[in-house]
Design a protein around this ligand. Structure first.
Ligand SMILES: [Zn+2]
Ligand SMILES: [Zn+2]
Length: 219
């Protein structure tokens, strides 16, 4: 079975837009690729893709109150990615996909952060005895909603394919667990090289002149 059939856009180069922050309002400044510290940076705070500078993208403008820590953290990730020794990726088997509920499988939708959970995918509430967290029912836990189905915009949840990976599905690679929907973004890349970081908290990858990392799932 060809697990990549819903992802024809995975041909090199990896599309930086697929690594961008489309849900979380805190990362509004990362909603499109941008030039930063000598690279084209695309990140949603969980995964990061570094590509050579492409001048069609703007210079990144982190919010002022956050710029110093953002630069420090990002620079240390850049250094770690650069310094890590990689090996050819093991065979990656992705789970079957589900119908995308953000665009109703059309692949086309104008997407915005879910107003109910503010993009968090979860609703938290407290009673006198305890606090609870559950998947947001307004967005089915996707963190975003399609405000206009159809039209010209690729759905940012399924990247225009109409199919999405089940939310809690993770795949083991290099001894750590990665969310399937992130792994799918790199799985088809040619000459893919990967390794787990020393602290086992991230998967580091390289393909051609692109590189990056994906945070591991805790359990
Ligand atoms: Zn979709
Ligand atoms: Zn929601």
């Amino acid at each position: 079975m060809n697990h990549y059939r819903h992802h024809p856009q995975l041909a090199l180069p990896i599309n930086p837009h697929h690594f961008c922050a489309t849900k979380n309002r805190r990362y509004e400044f990362l909603k499109a690729p941008a030039i930063y510290l000598g690279k084209t940076l695309a990140s949603d705070g969980i995964a990061m893709l570094l590509s050579p500078i492409d001048n069609k993208y703007p210079i990144l403008q982190p919010p002022e109150n956050y710029a110093v820590s953002f630069k420090k953290n990002t620079y240390s990730y850049f250094e770690e990615i650069e310094a890590t020794q990689l090996a050819p990726a093991p065979k990656i088997t992705l789970p079957a996909t589900d119908d995308c509920r953000v665009c109703s499988t059309t692949g086309k939708a104008l997407c915005s952060p879910c107003p109910e959970c503010d993009g968090d995918s979860k609703i938290e509430f407290e009673t006198a005895h305890n606090s609870y967290s559950c998947d947001c029912k307004s967005c089915y836990g996707n963190g975003q909603i399609g405000t206009q189905i159809g039209g010209d915009h690729d759905c940012t949840h399924c990247h225009g394919t109409g199919q999405a990976y089940p939310k809690y599905h993770r795949v083991e690679i290099n001894g750590i667990k990665i969310a399937a929907h992130y792994l799918a973004l790199i799985a088809g890349a040619p000459d893919l090289q990967t390794t787990a970081s020393e602290d086992k908290k991230k998967l580091i990858f390289k393909t051609g002149d692109q590189s990056g990392m994906i945070m591991a799932m805790k359990h």
